[in-house]
Structures are given as structure tokens and as C-alpha cells.
Design a protein around this ligand. Structure first.
Ligand code: SF4
Length: 214
């Protein structure tokens, strides 16, 4: 099987996944979609109502904003792969719980391993904490570059937050402008922000800790 077929088989498995409580309340799981040979993956927090109804990621109001603004910086949805840290909608759009994120991690890890992106864009705080470090907050980490497992991570604010506040909208657009700039040139080692690792695997850190990508 080629990469696309493997991603498609993975998506079929995700659609019937029973691994956490979100399986009981979802309408449709949302595996993610896009280019199997993408250099860039966008990873959000979880499906919302529209995504749950359609089985497609980032198709609601905030997803449309992201799609529209990405096009303005020269990135079409067909060029990227876009997914979430949890593939099923948390009821009422609550934040996904740490055990749900942990249960879903193998799916995301498998997608990353297949796609082998050069860049991952964590969209919003929960994705940043899961993929890069639980010690990071999106407000300070946005538009910086981190490296983990050979992949460059460039976090941006979530478009849903941008829709709630004009100031956040400005910052979201600034993040996309910075992202465009990073993607169009070489990034030197000096520009990569070191990741402060959690000291010891306490219970609390394990529960909220960064999940291994592979
Ligand atoms: S959120 Fe992830 S782990 Fe939970 S049921 Fe959906 S696909 Fe499975």
C-alpha cells in the first residue's frame, strides 16, 4: 500500500474507534484530511459541531476563517494535512480530557509517522501542550519555533479565539504572517526556542504531559 492508502486505512480504523468515552457521543469521528505528502500538518484541539456532523476537520466558522486566511498566505487546504489531537467531538465543545488525548495519541502519532511532515503547526493551546510541552502556554509560545523529534513546530492561536476578540484576531493574523515568513526561508538553530522538559514524571505531569509522537 502507498502512503495515501495507508492514511485512508488509518482513517477507516479511526471512524470505528471505541478507545475512549467520546466514541459514545460522537456522530462521526473526524480522522483528518489533506495531502499525504504534505510538508506541513496543522493540528487543532478537537472537532466541533459541524465537524462532528460532516466527519471533516475545520469546516465550521473557525475552520472557514483558517482556510480563508491560509489561502491569503498562499497555502491551500489541498497542500496540507489537517487534523486534531482528539478525533471525536467532546460533548458541548468542552476541552478534551487528558485520558481522551492519551487514548487518541496513537492515531495522531501514526498519521505523523506516515506523513513525515517538516513542520507541524499546533493550532491553539491544548495542541501545543500535547505536541510540544505541557509547560508551554500559547500566548507566549505563539509564532516561536520549537523542534522535537526532528520536526519544527510553529504554534499559532486558534481561529475560534480570534473570532471572539478583535485583539486576538490581530494576533492570529500576525501568527499566520510569521508562519508564512518561516515557511519561506531556512530557520537557523539560533531561532529555535529550547523546550523546557518536565523534571520528573509525577502523576500530575504524566496526566497532562507531552505525549510521545512515535
Ligand atoms: S477521540 Fe480518539 S481515542 Fe477517543 S474514540 Fe475518538 S478516535 Fe478513539
Amino acid at each position: 500500500m502507498d502512503k495515501l492508502e495507508l492514511l485512508s486505512a488509518l482513517a477507516d480504523d479511526i471512524r470505528v474507534c471505541p478507545l475512549c468515552r467520546l466514541a459514545e457521543t460522537r456522530t462521526l469521528a473526524v480522522p483528518g484530511e489533506g495531502n499525504g505528502a504534505a510538508q506541513i500538518m496543522f493540528v487543532g484541539e478537537g472537532p466541533g459541531e459541524q465537524e462532528d456532523q460532516t466527519g471533516r476537520p475545520f469546516v465550521g466558522r473557525s475552520g472557514k476563517l483558517l482556510t480563508q486566511e491560509l489561502l491569503k498566505i498562499g497555502i491551500a487546504r489541498e497542500q496540507i494535512f489537517i487534523t486534531n489531537i482528539v478525533k471525536c467531538r467532546p460533548p458541548g465543545n468542552r476541552d478534551p480530557l487528558s485520558d481522551e488525548i492519551a487514548a487518541c495519541n496513537d492515531w495522531l502519532s501514526a498519521q505523523i509517522a506516515l506523513i513525515e511532515p517538516k513542520f507541524i503547526v499546533p493550532v491553539g493551546g491544548p495542541s501545543l501542550k500535547t505536541l510540544v510541552s505541557p509547560k508551554l502556554g500559547i500566548t507566549k509560545a505563539r509564532s516561536k519555533v520549537y523542534r522535537r523529534d526532528g520536526i519544527l513546530f510553529i504554534p499559532i492561536l486558534h481561529p475560534a479565539a480570534a473570532l471572539r476578540s478583535p485583539t486576538t484576531m490581530e494576533q492570529f493574523l500576525e501568527d499566520l504572517s510569521n508562519l508564512k515568513e518561516f515557511l519561506n526561508r531556512e530557520i537557523s538553530d539560533e531561532e529555535i526556542t529550547p523546550i523546557e522538559e518536565p523534571k520528573a514524571a509525577t502523576k500530575e505531569e504524566e496526566d497532562g504531559g507531552t505525549l510521545s509522537l512515535f
